[in-house]
Every structure is written in C-alpha cells, then in structure tokens.
Design a protein around this ligand. Structure first.
Ligand code: ZN
Length: 334
C-alpha cells in the first residue's frame, strides 16, 4: 500500500518539478485528480515524459516510500523516543558513530560501546533491573533505566560529574594540542562552583569557559522546550551566562558556555569554539595547512563525542551494578 501511494506521490512530485513538457499520449491512463493525468506503468511514464528516465523515477519513488514509512514510524513512537530522535539529528550527534578509534584515552571498551549504543537507540539496558540501587526509585517501565541513571540525584556528585569533568578537561587538552595555555579548575569540595571551570589564553585574549552536559529527555526538559532539543542547550547556555558573565568581565576575560547533550548534540557555539581552536593551531605553527586544520577540527569533535559516550556508559554500568546490590533495600527495611 505505501508503494502505491508513493508512486502517485512521486509522479506528482516529478510533474511539479516541471517535467510535464509533453502532453500525455492517448491510451491507458489513471486519473488521480481532475488536473493531472497519470500513467499506470513506468514505461508509459517514460514515454509520456521523455526527460524522465526510469532510474530517476525509481529513486524518486523509493525516497517517497521511505518518507511515508518513516512518518508512520514517527507517529507510532513515544514522546520520549521522538525527543531522543530529534536530539540525534542535531549537529555533531553522530560524530561518535562515525569515529574510528585511534586514541586509547577516548575509545570505548566493548561493554561501554554496547551500553552507550543501547542508550543511544533507546533500548532496554538490562530487563532484570527493576529499581535504582542508589535512590531506590522503582522503574515504571524498563525504558526508564537509562534516563534515570543519567539524572538520578545520587549520581550527580559521582558518575554524572565525572562525565562533565571528562568532557571539560578534554576540551582543555585539545586547546593544549593547539599550542595554547589552558587551565582546568577542579570542582570545590562542597557546594556549587563560583567560577567557570575552563580557561583558554587565545591570541585575542583570555576566554573562560564552562562545560555543561544536558539530558533532553527528562520530564522537565520535555515540558519546557516543546520538542525543540536545541532549546535545552540554549537554555543551559543562558543559565551559565547569568552565573558567570559578570565574574569573567571582572577578571578581564570573555566568557563562553560549552553545552552538549547526553546524546551528543553540540551547541553551535561549542562547534564554533572548536573551529577557533583549529585556527589557533595554525597561528601557533602546530598545523601547517587547511587540510590539517579541518582534520584537527573533525578529530576534536569526534574525540569529545566518543568521550561523552564513554562516560555515559560508565554512568549506566555503575547504575546497573548498584541495582544488583541489596544494600538499599536492607538500609530502608522497617
Ligand atoms: Zn536513582
């Protein structure tokens, strides 16, 4: 059925693209609506419209069939899945999938690869995991596992913070590879930060940065942003600017928030900043030509994306391990 619909849609699309130069010949034609006469077979179509070959028509029909099937799948998907898929269409979100590992520090182990990808595609991590071992929250559905581990209050100071630190520190490392002096400020022993965590001494002045990694599929995020995952990162950046802009101005520096989502979508300013680092590498004589510069930029994006996936997996591994323990249950028994 989708194929038949697609064929008619494809005919219409080709006609609207201006292929109806030649009038249809008299013969077996199907009437879709009163204005457009449609042939029933490929061969007839090719005869009627000489400037459309079979291959072009076939490609047009295939893409139309795919879009119809995709639309049906989209309607059937849950709100959570829709939000996740929208986030995965963002800039840089597929960098980790295309990356070829060459650096042990940013490549994933087999288990990390499996878990981070199960998370990416919204699959159940472990069907036997029924509650969070850290806070005791009972999952209403198995799909809730990964979302919960990413946002559980008990992991905010441990594995979730490790992901933030890992991404921020690695951005500083990329800055050093570009020949810059960079600083990374450790988190305070208690309470929240007063100062931004990263510092880059660029050729045009000091830039303070603050890293943030946001989850777009939490209930709060979905209620606020109305299916615009990019807005989750925009809001995160606005919050960071409110927190740190005045401090940076007082320190005589500029400020830039570096925001990335759990599924790998980069905020556009983050990518612009990484591009700027690649230009700094040219200025500092680390790289020699534009080809190397583009490779450096792509490598930076891929490394950060893979590192994010690696730390995601560590959050999930810790969550699954804790859920197997009876510690929580014993501590809360009446
Ligand atoms: Zn929990």
């Amino acid at each position: 059925m989708p194929f038949l619909v697609a064929r008619f849609k494809a005919y219409k699309k080709l006609i609207s693209m201006g292929v109806s130069a030649q009038a249809p010949a008299p013969g077996p034609v199907a009437e879709l609506n009163s204005k457009v006469l449609l042939p029933r077979f490929f061969s007839e179509f090719a005869e009627f419209y000489k400037n459309v070959n079979r291959l072009k028509l076939q490609r047009c029909i295939t893409s139309t069939v795919e879009s119809i099937i995709h639309a049906a799948d989209w309607q059937a998907a849950s709100k959570r899945d829709q939000m996740r898929l929208l986030d995965l269409q963002g800039p840089g979100a597929s960098a980790a999938v295309c990356a070829i590992p060459n650096n042990p520090a940013t490549s994933r182990t087999d288990l990390e690869w499996v878990l981070s990808n199960r998370d990416r595609y919204g699959m159940v991590l472990d069907p036997t995991c029924t509650h969070c071992g850290a806070c005791g929250h009972a999952f209403t559905c198995p799909e809730e596992q990964s979302t919960h581990f990413h946002s559980c209050i008990k992991y905010r100071k441990t594995t979730v913070n490790d992901r933030h630190d890992g991404i921020g520190k690695h951005t500083c490392t990329i800055g050093r590879h570009a020949g810059l002096h960079t600083t990374w400020e450790k988190r305070p022993d208690s309470g929240s930060r007063m100062r931004p965590d990263g510092g880059f001494h660029l050729s045009d002045g000091t830039l303070l940065t603050d890293t943030t990694c946001r989850h777009p599929v939490t209930n709060t995020a979905m209620r606020i942003v109305n299916f615009k995952p990019g807005k989750v990162l925009d809001d995160a950046c606005k919050g960071k600017i409110t927190d740190y802009k005045t401090f940076a101005e007082r320190a005589g520096a500029s400020f830039l928030p570096l925001a990335i989502s759990v599924y790998g979508r980069f905020h556009k300013d983050y990518l612009i900043f990484l591009k700027k680092l690649s230009w700094e590498a040219i200025n500092n004589g680390v790289l020699s030509d534009d080809k190397e510069r583009i490779a450096f930029y792509r490598q930076s994006v891929a490394e950060i994306s893979v590192l994010r996936a690696k730390y995601n997996a560590r959050i999930l591994i810790r969550g699954l391990q804790d859920s197997r323990s009876r510690r929580w249950e014993l501590a809360h028994r009446d």
